[in-house]
Design a protein around this ligand. Structure first.
Ligand SMILES: *[C@@H]1O[C@H](CO)[C@@H](O)[C@H](O)[C@H]1NC(C)=O
Ligand SMILES: *[C@@H]1O[C@H](CO)[C@@H](O)[C@H](O)[C@H]1NC(C)=O
Ligand SMILES: *[C@@H]1O[C@H](CO)[C@@H](O)[C@H](O)[C@H]1NC(C)=O
Ligand SMILES: *[C@@H]1O[C@H](CO)[C@@H](O)[C@H](O)[C@H]1NC(C)=O
Length: 371
Protein backbone atom coordinates (compact mmCIF):
# COMPACT_ATOMS: atom_id res chain seq x y z
CA UNK A 1 0.00 0.00 0.00
CA UNK A 2 2.68 2.40 1.06
CA UNK A 3 4.73 1.54 -1.99
CA UNK A 4 1.76 2.04 -4.29
CA UNK A 5 1.05 5.49 -2.92
CA UNK A 6 4.78 6.29 -3.00
CA UNK A 7 4.89 5.26 -6.64
CA UNK A 8 1.85 7.33 -7.48
CA UNK A 9 3.44 10.26 -5.73
CA UNK A 10 6.65 9.67 -7.66
CA UNK A 11 4.73 9.44 -10.92
CA UNK A 12 3.00 12.73 -10.17
CA UNK A 13 6.32 14.33 -9.32
CA UNK A 14 7.84 13.09 -12.56
CA UNK A 15 5.08 14.64 -14.59
CA UNK A 16 5.69 17.99 -12.95
CA UNK A 17 9.44 17.46 -13.10
CA UNK A 18 9.24 16.86 -16.82
CA UNK A 19 7.01 19.82 -17.38
CA UNK A 20 9.16 22.11 -15.24
CA UNK A 21 12.30 20.99 -17.08
CA UNK A 22 10.69 21.52 -20.42
CA UNK A 23 9.64 25.00 -19.34
CA UNK A 24 13.02 25.89 -17.93
CA UNK A 25 15.10 24.31 -20.66
CA UNK A 26 13.17 24.07 -23.89
CA UNK A 27 14.41 21.49 -26.35
CA UNK A 28 15.81 19.05 -23.80
CA UNK A 29 14.62 15.44 -23.99
CA UNK A 30 14.42 13.24 -20.94
CA UNK A 31 13.80 9.62 -20.39
CA UNK A 32 10.76 9.21 -18.14
CA UNK A 33 11.73 5.73 -16.98
CA UNK A 34 15.18 6.89 -15.98
CA UNK A 35 13.77 9.81 -14.03
CA UNK A 36 11.30 7.50 -12.32
CA UNK A 37 14.09 5.10 -11.40
CA UNK A 38 16.21 7.95 -10.20
CA UNK A 39 13.44 9.34 -8.00
CA UNK A 40 12.72 5.93 -6.53
CA UNK A 41 16.35 5.30 -5.68
CA UNK A 42 16.67 8.67 -3.99
CA UNK A 43 13.52 7.87 -1.99
CA UNK A 44 14.95 4.55 -0.80
CA UNK A 45 18.20 6.26 0.16
CA UNK A 46 16.27 8.91 2.10
CA UNK A 47 14.33 6.26 3.99
CA UNK A 48 17.58 4.48 4.95
CA UNK A 49 19.11 7.72 6.17
CA UNK A 50 15.98 8.52 8.12
CA UNK A 51 16.19 5.15 9.87
CA UNK A 52 19.73 5.85 11.07
CA UNK A 53 18.83 9.41 11.90
CA UNK A 54 15.85 8.55 14.10
CA UNK A 55 18.22 6.61 16.37
CA UNK A 56 20.17 9.81 17.03
CA UNK A 57 17.43 11.92 18.50
CA UNK A 58 17.44 10.53 22.02
CA UNK A 59 21.14 10.26 22.73
CA UNK A 60 22.53 12.35 25.56
CA UNK A 61 25.03 13.88 23.19
CA UNK A 62 22.26 14.84 20.83
CA UNK A 63 20.26 16.49 23.62
CA UNK A 64 23.31 18.47 24.68
CA UNK A 65 23.90 19.55 21.09
CA UNK A 66 20.28 20.67 20.84
CA UNK A 67 20.72 22.71 23.99
CA UNK A 68 23.82 24.39 22.55
CA UNK A 69 21.93 25.00 19.30
CA UNK A 70 19.14 26.84 21.14
CA UNK A 71 21.61 29.09 22.88
CA UNK A 72 23.64 29.70 19.74
CA UNK A 73 20.60 30.61 17.65
CA UNK A 74 19.24 32.90 20.34
CA UNK A 75 22.64 34.60 20.62
CA UNK A 76 22.93 35.05 16.84
CA UNK A 77 19.48 36.57 16.63
CA UNK A 78 20.34 38.88 19.50
CA UNK A 79 23.55 39.92 17.74
CA UNK A 80 21.83 40.41 14.36
CA UNK A 81 19.16 42.54 16.04
CA UNK A 82 21.79 44.62 17.80
CA UNK A 83 23.73 45.12 14.56
CA UNK A 84 20.54 46.44 12.96
CA UNK A 85 19.58 48.58 15.93
CA UNK A 86 16.41 46.54 16.44
CA UNK A 87 16.66 45.78 20.13
CA UNK A 88 13.57 47.83 20.92
CA UNK A 89 11.63 46.59 17.91
CA UNK A 90 9.22 43.77 18.66
CA UNK A 91 9.24 40.68 16.51
CA UNK A 92 6.35 40.65 14.12
CA UNK A 93 3.26 38.71 15.09
CA UNK A 94 2.47 35.64 13.11
CA UNK A 95 0.79 36.19 9.78
CA UNK A 96 -2.34 34.42 8.77
CA UNK A 97 -1.13 31.25 7.19
CA UNK A 98 -2.89 29.83 4.18
CA UNK A 99 -3.65 26.14 4.02
CA UNK A 100 -0.50 24.31 3.07
CA UNK A 101 -0.42 20.79 1.84
CA UNK A 102 1.67 18.02 3.41
CA UNK A 103 4.79 19.50 4.96
CA UNK A 104 3.51 22.93 4.26
CA UNK A 105 0.80 22.29 6.84
CA UNK A 106 3.55 22.66 9.40
CA UNK A 107 4.46 26.29 9.47
CA UNK A 108 8.15 26.98 9.80
CA UNK A 109 7.53 30.50 10.95
CA UNK A 110 8.93 30.54 14.44
CA UNK A 111 7.96 34.15 14.89
CA UNK A 112 5.33 32.70 17.15
CA UNK A 113 1.74 33.74 17.81
CA UNK A 114 2.40 36.41 20.37
CA UNK A 115 5.16 38.95 20.38
CA UNK A 116 8.40 37.46 21.60
CA UNK A 117 10.29 38.98 24.48
CA UNK A 118 13.16 38.14 26.76
CA UNK A 119 10.98 35.75 28.78
CA UNK A 120 9.94 33.63 25.82
CA UNK A 121 11.65 30.25 26.24
CA UNK A 122 14.38 29.80 23.65
CA UNK A 123 13.17 26.29 22.88
CA UNK A 124 9.83 27.74 21.77
CA UNK A 125 11.59 29.70 19.11
CA UNK A 126 14.76 27.88 18.19
CA UNK A 127 13.96 24.23 18.74
CA UNK A 128 13.81 21.80 15.85
CA UNK A 129 12.11 18.44 15.77
CA UNK A 130 14.81 15.90 15.20
CA UNK A 131 12.37 13.63 13.43
CA UNK A 132 11.59 16.28 10.83
CA UNK A 133 14.92 17.67 9.83
CA UNK A 134 16.42 15.19 7.48
CA UNK A 135 16.96 16.43 3.97
CA UNK A 136 17.96 13.66 1.61
CA UNK A 137 20.18 14.18 -1.34
CA UNK A 138 18.44 16.03 -4.06
CA UNK A 139 19.10 17.43 -7.47
CA UNK A 140 21.94 19.81 -8.07
CA UNK A 141 20.66 21.78 -11.02
CA UNK A 142 22.68 23.23 -13.85
CA UNK A 143 24.25 26.21 -12.04
CA UNK A 144 26.87 24.83 -9.67
CA UNK A 145 30.25 26.59 -9.73
CA UNK A 146 33.21 24.75 -8.23
CA UNK A 147 35.97 26.55 -6.36
CA UNK A 148 34.07 29.51 -4.90
CA UNK A 149 35.57 31.67 -2.14
CA UNK A 150 35.50 30.63 1.50
CA UNK A 151 33.51 33.47 3.06
CA UNK A 152 30.50 33.93 5.27
CA UNK A 153 29.05 37.02 3.62
CA UNK A 154 28.12 36.35 0.00
CA UNK A 155 25.82 39.35 -0.61
CA UNK A 156 28.24 41.47 -2.72
CA UNK A 157 25.75 44.33 -2.82
CA UNK A 158 22.82 42.27 -4.12
CA UNK A 159 19.59 43.94 -3.05
CA UNK A 160 16.91 41.85 -1.35
CA UNK A 161 15.64 40.64 2.01
CA UNK A 162 18.74 39.94 4.14
CA UNK A 163 18.94 36.31 5.17
CA UNK A 164 21.27 34.90 7.79
CA UNK A 165 21.44 31.16 7.15
CA UNK A 166 22.59 28.74 9.83
CA UNK A 167 23.05 25.15 8.73
CA UNK A 168 23.99 22.33 11.08
CA UNK A 169 25.26 19.04 9.66
CA UNK A 170 24.99 15.80 11.58
CA UNK A 171 26.41 12.42 10.61
CA UNK A 172 23.40 10.10 10.42
CA UNK A 173 25.51 7.04 11.22
CA UNK A 174 27.34 8.34 14.32
CA UNK A 175 24.89 11.09 15.36
CA UNK A 176 27.90 13.39 15.77
CA UNK A 177 28.37 16.81 14.19
CA UNK A 178 30.14 16.64 10.84
CA UNK A 179 33.43 18.45 11.28
CA UNK A 180 35.30 19.32 9.23
CA UNK A 181 32.88 19.51 6.34
CA UNK A 182 33.14 22.00 3.47
CA UNK A 183 29.74 23.48 2.62
CA UNK A 184 28.83 25.30 -0.58
CA UNK A 185 25.68 27.42 -0.92
CA UNK A 186 24.30 29.25 -3.93
CA UNK A 187 21.06 30.84 -5.08
CA UNK A 188 19.71 33.18 -7.70
CA UNK A 189 19.35 36.87 -6.91
CA UNK A 190 16.10 38.76 -6.21
CA UNK A 191 15.21 38.83 -9.90
CA UNK A 192 16.19 35.23 -10.64
CA UNK A 193 19.75 35.42 -12.04
CA UNK A 194 22.66 33.23 -10.93
CA UNK A 195 26.23 34.47 -10.79
CA UNK A 196 29.18 32.52 -12.13
CA UNK A 197 27.64 30.82 -15.16
CA UNK A 198 27.66 31.74 -18.83
CA UNK A 199 24.07 30.64 -19.56
CA UNK A 200 21.97 33.36 -21.21
CA UNK A 201 20.25 35.70 -18.77
CA UNK A 202 22.54 34.85 -15.83
CA UNK A 203 25.23 37.02 -14.27
CA UNK A 204 28.15 35.67 -16.34
CA UNK A 205 31.37 33.83 -15.52
CA UNK A 206 33.04 36.82 -13.87
CA UNK A 207 30.40 37.24 -11.12
CA UNK A 208 30.35 35.42 -7.77
CA UNK A 209 27.40 36.99 -5.91
CA UNK A 210 25.30 34.82 -3.57
CA UNK A 211 27.81 31.95 -3.69
CA UNK A 212 30.20 30.95 -0.96
CA UNK A 213 31.85 28.20 0.99
CA UNK A 214 32.30 27.63 4.72
CA UNK A 215 33.86 24.90 6.80
CA UNK A 216 31.79 23.55 9.70
CA UNK A 217 32.79 24.27 13.29
CA UNK A 218 32.98 21.69 16.08
CA UNK A 219 29.17 21.56 16.25
CA UNK A 220 28.87 20.94 12.50
CA UNK A 221 27.61 24.50 11.97
CA UNK A 222 28.15 27.02 9.18
CA UNK A 223 26.79 30.58 9.01
CA UNK A 224 26.14 32.61 5.88
CA UNK A 225 24.84 36.09 5.23
CA UNK A 226 22.95 36.12 1.95
CA UNK A 227 19.60 37.38 0.65
CA UNK A 228 16.32 35.53 0.33
CA UNK A 229 16.37 34.00 -3.18
CA UNK A 230 14.14 35.25 -5.98
CA UNK A 231 12.68 32.93 -8.58
CA UNK A 232 13.01 31.96 -12.23
CA UNK A 233 11.05 29.96 -14.76
CA UNK A 234 9.86 26.51 -13.79
CA UNK A 235 11.27 26.39 -10.25
CA UNK A 236 9.95 27.25 -6.83
CA UNK A 237 12.10 29.54 -4.66
CA UNK A 238 15.08 27.55 -3.37
CA UNK A 239 18.63 27.71 -1.97
CA UNK A 240 21.23 25.12 -3.02
CA UNK A 241 23.45 23.26 -0.57
CA UNK A 242 26.33 20.93 -1.41
CA UNK A 243 28.86 19.39 0.97
CA UNK A 244 32.39 18.13 0.37
CA UNK A 245 33.83 15.50 2.69
CA UNK A 246 37.61 15.22 2.90
CA UNK A 247 38.33 18.48 1.09
CA UNK A 248 41.50 20.50 1.74
CA UNK A 249 41.42 24.23 2.47
CA UNK A 250 43.86 26.09 0.21
CA UNK A 251 45.97 29.14 1.14
CA UNK A 252 44.12 31.28 -1.45
CA UNK A 253 40.80 30.93 0.41
CA UNK A 254 39.28 28.18 -1.72
CA UNK A 255 39.37 24.39 -1.34
CA UNK A 256 40.13 21.29 -3.37
CA UNK A 257 39.54 17.56 -3.37
CA UNK A 258 37.24 15.42 -1.27
CA UNK A 259 33.97 13.97 -2.48
CA UNK A 260 30.44 15.36 -2.65
CA UNK A 261 28.62 13.73 0.26
CA UNK A 262 25.35 15.66 0.12
CA UNK A 263 23.43 17.94 -2.15
CA UNK A 264 20.01 19.33 -1.54
CA UNK A 265 17.82 22.38 -1.86
CA UNK A 266 16.02 24.27 0.85
CA UNK A 267 12.48 25.41 0.02
CA UNK A 268 10.54 28.05 1.89
CA UNK A 269 7.06 28.43 3.38
CA UNK A 270 4.63 29.71 0.78
CA UNK A 271 3.50 32.57 3.02
CA UNK A 272 7.09 33.75 3.40
CA UNK A 273 7.74 33.56 -0.35
CA UNK A 274 4.56 35.51 -1.08
CA UNK A 275 5.48 38.18 1.45
CA UNK A 276 8.99 38.57 0.04
CA UNK A 277 7.84 38.50 -3.59
CA UNK A 278 5.50 41.40 -2.88
CA UNK A 279 8.46 43.63 -2.02
CA UNK A 280 10.96 45.40 -4.31
CA UNK A 281 13.03 44.35 -6.19
CA UNK A 282 11.48 40.85 -6.17
CA UNK A 283 8.21 42.28 -7.49
CA UNK A 284 9.92 43.59 -10.62
CA UNK A 285 10.46 39.99 -11.81
CA UNK A 286 7.67 39.33 -14.32
CA UNK A 287 8.43 35.62 -14.75
CA UNK A 288 5.48 33.66 -13.33
CA UNK A 289 6.27 32.11 -9.96
CA UNK A 290 6.24 28.31 -9.62
CA UNK A 291 4.62 27.22 -6.37
CA UNK A 292 6.16 24.65 -4.03
CA UNK A 293 3.46 22.19 -5.00
CA UNK A 294 4.15 22.57 -8.71
CA UNK A 295 7.94 22.28 -8.37
CA UNK A 296 9.35 18.90 -9.39
CA UNK A 297 12.07 18.92 -6.75
CA UNK A 298 9.95 19.55 -3.67
CA UNK A 299 8.53 16.17 -4.63
CA UNK A 300 11.43 14.52 -2.89
CA UNK A 301 9.48 15.42 0.22
CA UNK A 302 6.98 12.76 -0.78
CA UNK A 303 8.52 10.70 1.99
CA UNK A 304 7.53 11.33 5.59
CA UNK A 305 11.23 11.61 6.41
CA UNK A 306 11.96 14.70 4.47
CA UNK A 307 11.31 18.25 5.49
CA UNK A 308 13.03 20.59 3.04
CA UNK A 309 11.51 23.73 4.61
CA UNK A 310 13.89 25.44 7.03
CA UNK A 311 12.68 27.27 10.12
CA UNK A 312 12.83 31.02 10.15
CA UNK A 313 12.23 34.05 12.27
CA UNK A 314 11.92 37.66 11.25
CA UNK A 315 14.55 39.75 12.98
CA UNK A 316 12.28 42.76 13.34
CA UNK A 317 8.77 43.74 12.40
CA UNK A 318 9.54 44.32 8.72
CA UNK A 319 10.91 41.90 6.14
CA UNK A 320 13.57 44.46 5.27
CA UNK A 321 15.00 43.95 8.78
CA UNK A 322 15.98 40.50 7.63
CA UNK A 323 15.44 36.85 8.42
CA UNK A 324 17.25 34.29 10.50
CA UNK A 325 16.80 30.91 8.81
CA UNK A 326 18.08 27.61 10.15
CA UNK A 327 18.05 23.92 9.36
CA UNK A 328 19.66 20.74 10.54
CA UNK A 329 20.71 18.30 7.88
CA UNK A 330 21.47 14.64 8.32
CA UNK A 331 24.29 13.50 6.07
CA UNK A 332 25.80 10.10 5.39
CA UNK A 333 29.39 11.27 4.86
CA UNK A 334 30.54 8.23 2.89
CA UNK A 335 27.84 8.82 0.26
CA UNK A 336 29.38 9.93 -2.99
CA UNK A 337 26.99 12.11 -4.95
CA UNK A 338 29.65 13.29 -7.39
CA UNK A 339 27.69 12.11 -10.40
CA UNK A 340 24.86 14.52 -9.48
CA UNK A 341 27.05 17.34 -8.20
CA UNK A 342 28.70 18.26 -11.46
CA UNK A 343 29.66 21.87 -12.00
CA UNK A 344 28.65 24.07 -14.89
CA UNK A 345 31.68 26.29 -14.34
CA UNK A 346 34.70 26.69 -12.07
CA UNK A 347 36.41 29.64 -10.47
CA UNK A 348 40.19 29.90 -10.83
CA UNK A 349 42.80 32.56 -10.03
CA UNK A 350 42.14 34.18 -13.42
CA UNK A 351 38.35 34.19 -12.97
CA UNK A 352 35.44 31.96 -13.96
CA UNK A 353 35.50 29.35 -16.72
CA UNK A 354 32.93 27.05 -18.27
CA UNK A 355 33.36 23.38 -17.45
CA UNK A 356 33.79 22.12 -21.02
CA UNK A 357 32.39 18.63 -20.37
CA UNK A 358 29.29 19.82 -18.55
CA UNK A 359 25.97 18.42 -19.69
CA UNK A 360 23.52 18.51 -16.81
CA UNK A 361 20.88 16.31 -18.33
CA UNK A 362 23.27 13.66 -19.62
CA UNK A 363 24.86 13.44 -16.18
CA UNK A 364 21.78 13.67 -14.00
CA UNK A 365 19.74 11.27 -16.12
CA UNK A 366 22.18 8.92 -17.86
CA UNK A 367 20.84 6.60 -20.55
CA UNK A 368 20.22 3.01 -19.39
CA UNK A 369 23.39 0.94 -19.54
CA UNK A 370 23.41 -1.90 -22.04
CA UNK A 371 22.27 -5.28 -20.68
C1 LIG B 1 6.37 37.81 26.90
O1 LIG B 1 5.82 36.94 25.91
C2 LIG B 1 4.98 35.94 26.43
C3 LIG B 1 4.56 35.06 25.26
O2 LIG B 1 5.67 34.61 24.52
C4 LIG B 1 3.81 36.57 27.15
O3 LIG B 1 3.00 35.55 27.71
C5 LIG B 1 4.30 37.50 28.23
O4 LIG B 1 3.21 38.19 28.81
C6 LIG B 1 5.26 38.52 27.67
N1 LIG B 1 5.85 39.30 28.73
C7 LIG B 1 6.03 40.63 28.64
C8 LIG B 1 6.72 41.27 29.78
O5 LIG B 1 5.66 41.26 27.64
C1 LIG C 1 7.83 15.98 16.18
O1 LIG C 1 7.74 14.78 15.48
C2 LIG C 1 6.90 13.82 16.06
C3 LIG C 1 7.03 12.51 15.29
O2 LIG C 1 6.87 12.68 13.92
C4 LIG C 1 5.48 14.39 16.05
O3 LIG C 1 4.59 13.46 16.65
C5 LIG C 1 5.47 15.67 16.84
O4 LIG C 1 4.19 16.27 16.76
C6 LIG C 1 6.49 16.64 16.29
N1 LIG C 1 6.58 17.83 17.15
C7 LIG C 1 6.63 19.05 16.67
C8 LIG C 1 6.78 20.14 17.69
O5 LIG C 1 6.59 19.31 15.48
C1 LIG D 1 20.39 40.02 -10.72
O1 LIG D 1 21.52 39.73 -11.51
C2 LIG D 1 21.40 40.13 -12.86
C3 LIG D 1 22.62 39.62 -13.59
O2 LIG D 1 23.79 40.14 -13.02
C4 LIG D 1 21.25 41.66 -12.93
O3 LIG D 1 21.07 42.06 -14.26
C5 LIG D 1 20.04 42.07 -12.08
O4 LIG D 1 19.98 43.47 -12.03
C6 LIG D 1 20.18 41.52 -10.68
N1 LIG D 1 18.97 41.83 -9.91
C7 LIG D 1 18.97 42.73 -8.94
C8 LIG D 1 17.67 42.95 -8.25
O5 LIG D 1 19.96 43.37 -8.64
C1 LIG E 1 43.35 28.70 -5.64
O1 LIG E 1 44.46 27.84 -5.69
C2 LIG E 1 44.28 26.65 -6.46
C3 LIG E 1 45.53 25.79 -6.29
O2 LIG E 1 46.66 26.49 -6.69
C4 LIG E 1 43.99 27.02 -7.90
O3 LIG E 1 43.80 25.84 -8.66
C5 LIG E 1 42.75 27.88 -7.95
O4 LIG E 1 42.53 28.30 -9.27
C6 LIG E 1 42.89 29.09 -7.04
N1 LIG E 1 41.60 29.75 -6.98
C7 LIG E 1 41.45 31.07 -6.93
C8 LIG E 1 40.07 31.62 -6.91
O5 LIG E 1 42.40 31.83 -6.88
Amino acid sequence: MASVSRLLAVAAICVSLLSSFSTAHPGEHHDKIEILKEMRERGIEAAKQQESWSKCSNSEESQARQERALQRRAAIVQQLREERGLTDTPFITRRNMAQFKQWETKSHDKTTGSRLNSTTPEATVFGTNLSCILAPDNANGPYYVLGEHIRSNVVEGQVGVPMHLELQFIDVTTCKPLQPLVVDIWSCNATGAYSGVSAAGEGGLQTTFLRGVQQTDSDGVVQFDTIFPGHYSGRATHEHILTHTGATILPNGTFSGGHISHLSQLFFDTALINAVEATAPYNTNKIPHTTNDADGFTGYSATAAYDPFPNYIMLGNKLSHGLFVWAELGVQPTNDQGVYGTNAAYLAADGGHDNPGFNFFAIAFPPPTAG
